[in-house]
Design a protein around this ligand. Structure first.
Ligand SMILES: *Cc1c(COP(=O)(O)O)cnc(C)c1O
Length: 375
């Protein structure tokens, strides 16, 4: 048995969509990108969706549109993929790290303590698919006149208080990397209800061009474009968008299947009292992009030994979500101590979960995980 920790759910349907798009001859920033955007906006229940090359570039553009500049501070978790904090530094601002709660999401009390006159925005992360408390952060941002940005890289298909992630605030950034729940190879999306944000994002992703390629192509008059500001090449290709359209059609099914596996794990590990399992509070709906288990002090085995034992029997796992402030790229931040984040990073283990995961593999993971924990 050899069980990977994750695997994208792609088949000949996505291949066919990509094939058909290639043969049209329009392979970037064309009709498939527009169609994917429309469908993603409709899926999340928001007005606009802007496709970009990945979630890191989505976050970079979100910072610009939010008006974050050199000298500003943006509060975010350190316990996240490093792109969360990096995007703040791209615009010359300072990432201010706050602690997280037991569900790996920002702790609002610590965020409040870290607000200063320089604070411009709060970047919340729906870590491994579990929504953060959007309502509370929205209220705080309103009270303190801050911009709320959501890093929803892992959260396509997750929901909060009955509404899909993407529909709650005005700068929500998604990833379609293969490690996420749906994929376009690489890819990203920003959802917003603000038309001016959507227009600015579309400018910035394509060199600041005032007239886009589609408009020029469809016009029977010669159009010469101006470049309105210094933009970027953060385009998504139509080949990627075609794959994304098919993936989006499957998203609710993928999430339902992922949740069934997560619930099997919940049930199978409920009697192991040295574990803390993922927990959905009322109104929170996770896509279980990752199934991360925290090992308490009383576990008979430490995390790294457990990972090795699992690997020895063919089960791949990953260590918990990383902390940015302990990375070399953040050595200027090394005086920061975040005990909760560090402990969660060091004592959590991510178990295999992908669709379609054969029942015999699920049972094999359960059996060995229990065994190595003394059950
Ligand atoms: C994956 C991830 C990103 C980066 O997404 P890319 O599409 O790879 O750029 C950003 N933030 C979080 C929380 C992620 O998990």
């Amino acid at each position: 048995m050899k069980i990977p920790v994750a695997k994208p759910y792609l088949d000949s349907q996505e291949a066919q969509y990509a094939y058909d798009t290639i043969l049209t001859g329009w392979v970037t920033q064309g009709p498939k990108v527009a169609e994917f955007e429309e469908k993603f906006a409709a899926y999340t229940g928001t007005k606009y969706a802007v496709a970009v090359s990945n979630c890191t570039t989505a976050l970079h553009l979100a910072m610009i549109v939010a008006g974050v500049q050199a000298g500003d501070e943006v509060i975010c978790p350190s316990l996240s993929y490093i792109a969360t904090a990096n995007c703040i530094r791209y615009v010359g601002a300072k990432a201010v790290f706050a602690e997280v709660n037991t569900e790996y999401n920002l702790d609002i009390e610590d965020v409040k303590r870290k607000i200063t006159p320089q604070t411009k925005a709060i970047l919340i992360v729906h870590q491994i698919g579990m929504p953060a408390d959007i309502d509370e952060f929205q209220a705080l941002c309103k009270e303190k006149n801050l911009v709320l940005i959501e890093d929803a890289a892992c959260a396509a298909g997750s929901a909060y208080k009955g509404k899909k992630i993407g529909s709650h605030s005005d700068l929500v950034c998604f990833s379609f990397h293969p490690r996420k729940v749906i994929t376009t190879g690489d890819g990203g999306m920003i959802t917003t209800s603000k038309e001016d944000y959507a227009q600015r994002l579309k400018l910035l992703r394509q060199h600041g061009m005032a007239i886009n390629d589609r408009v020029r192509h469809e016009s029977n008059k010669v159009l010469i474009t101006d470049h309105l500001e210094v933009g970027y090449n953060y385009r998504m290709t139509d080949i990627q968008a075609a794959v994304g359209i098919k993936q989006l059609e499957k998203l609710d099914w993928i999430v339902a299947e992922r949740r069934k596996i997560a619930f099997q794990y919940h049930e199978a590990f409920a009697d192991i009292d040295c574990l803390r399992l993922p927990y959905e509070r009322e109104g929170y709906f996770s896509n279980y992009q990752s199934y991360s288990v925290y090992l308490k002090e009383n576990c008979p085995i430490n995390r790294d030994e457990l990972m090795q034992k699992l690997l020895d029997v063919g089960i791949a796992t990953r260590s918990g979500v990383m902390t940015a402030h302990r990375e070399t790229a953040y050595k200027g931040y090394s005086d920061i101590i975040l005990p909760v984040s560090e402990d969660l990073c060091d004592r959590s283990i991510i178990l295999p979960l992908y669709v379609p995961m054969p029942q015999e593999e699920i049972s094999y993971v359960i059996e060995h995980f229990r065994k190595f924990l003394g059950k």
